[in-house]
Design a protein around this ligand. Structure first.
Ligand code: 0T9
Length: 401
């Protein structure tokens, strides 16, 4: 208790009252200024690969069973970034900026060692109403590709906001032509009454592999055995068999232990607290595309940081009005906003095949169709950028001459 800054206490009460009549649309929540984050939700896609070396590790493993374990391990190591890094950094969960349609967040994890290779992030807001973010994370050197999309369905009851994630992620290994379908955990926001919200995971999530391995992860929050927050227990099995090949237990924000199923032999302990992350490189704002998140929101972000509420309001409204105009024009011209990197499909063969495995509710993964990373669009954008770069270089050369 007592986490609400004194100056903000007066705004928290009315806010609590307003969420009591919450309609399920998280973006419509008007949170008090001190709980506003200057980060857009498009940036959250980066949490999937803040340990690039763990992200590509499965590509270097020849045994399919161990590969499936490494994919599960990688997934577990992303949870701390995804769900508790903001609380740790900012003191509580904060409300992200609600991305506009077509907003982009692009970056890369550089690799000075040359062993991991560069890992590239492409995140795009593919829907505004309801909000859906799609992403692709690519490591060319190791032939690893993650793609997915993410929306949220929320409800408020008993003092907490419960959030169901809509969407899924697919992890692909080129060398083995192998796919993993990842479902996303449900979460709830605790600590709301005290004004210091933080995320806890509940229920479970799964990873189904095209090689027939199934990982099941159960989240129990303050587990009844350990009483510790962020507790989970995971198993890896072969489809159709009850034998546990590996069991992983611990806390996703702290650490966990991987044991062999039969012998219970300890294979590895992972320390989430001491494993360092690799920061994402994002181009300087002046080099960014106007649709890139940090460029588009720059003024809003600055005013949130300095606590200038008036500017936050006016700059936010500018973006919202511009967006309304764009949508109106599209409606009049009978067209739809062209997503730069993603395409909506009604059926994705990998998703359909893996989602058929028992235990997956395929419909839950669909947000009016499935968003897939469009390699063709991607290479066209890359081609254009190259051509642009060459033209600029030529121009520069001519100027010098
Ligand atoms: C995808 C992730 C997601 C996004 C966030 C619910 C939430 C927005 C969605 C699901 C990422 O891969 C993982 C992590 C955290 C999720 C966010 C936590 C959160 O609180 C927000 C919502 C929109 C709010 O900000 C509610 C306001 C709250 C902070 C004050 C009561």
């Amino acid at each position: 208790a007592g986490a609400v800054p004194a100056a903000a206490k007066s705004s928290w009460g009315p806010f609590l009252k307003s969420i009591a009549s919450f309609n399920g649309d998280l973006a419509s929540l008007t949170a008090p200024p001190f709980i506003l984050s200057s980060t857009s939700l498009t940036e959250y896609s980066g949490y999937w690969a803040e340990h690039p070396e763990i992200f590509v590790a499965p590509a270097q493993e020849n045994d399919p069973q161990k590969r499936a374990l490494l994919v599960l391990k990688w997934f577990l190591t992303t949870l701390k970034q995804q769900y508790s890094s903001r609380s740790e950094k900012l003191g509580s969960e904060k409300k992200p900026l609600n991305p506009f349609l077509g907003e982009l967040f692009l970056g890369k994890w550089k690799d000075p060692t040359g062993e991991i290779g560069e890992t590239q992030l492409i995140s795009e807001q593919v829907s505004h109403h309801p909000p859906v973010t799609a992403y692709a994370i690519l490591n060319e050197k190791h032939g690893v590709k993650l793609e997915g999309y993410n929306g949220q369905k929320a409800s408020f009851s008993g003092g907490t906001i419960s959030v169901k994630q809509v969407g899924h992620a697919k992890y692909h290994l080129r060398e083995f032509d192998e796919d993993y379908l990842i479902t996303l955990p449900s979460l709830h926001i605790e600590g709301i009454v005290y004004g210091s919200p933080y995320v806890e995971l509940n229920r479970g999530s799964t990873i189904h592999s095209s090689t027939g391995y199934i990982a099941q992860i159960d989240y129990s929050g303050k587990g009844w055995i350990t009483g510790k927050k962020n507790t989970f227990s995971a198993t890896l099995k072969k489809e159709g068999s009850k034998d546990i090949l590996y069991a992983i237990n611990g806390q996703w924000s702290d650490g966990f232990t991987i044991k062999e199923g039969k012998s219970k032999k300890e294979l590895e302990t992972y320390n989430a607290k001491t494993t360092e992350i690799t920061p994402l490189y994002v181009a300087p704002i002046e080099e960014q595309d106007p649709l890139e998140s940090r460029r588009a929101w720059a003024k809003v972000q600055e005013s949130i940081t300095t606590g200038d509420l008036e500017t936050t309001g006016t700059e936010k409204s500018k973006i919202e009005n511009e967006q309304r105009e764009l949508r109106k024009k599209e409606r009049e011209e009978g067209r739809e906003w062209e997503r730069r990197y993603f395409t909506r499909v009604m059926d994705d063969p990998v998703f359909t095949r893996l989602a058929e495995s028992p235990g997956i509710a395929a419909e839950e993964g669909k947000t009016d169709g499935i968003w897939v990373f469009d390699e063709k669009k991607f290479s066209q954008v890359a081609e254009k950028a190259r051509a642009g770069g060459e033209a600029r270089a030529e121009e520069a050369a001519n100027t010098v001459a």
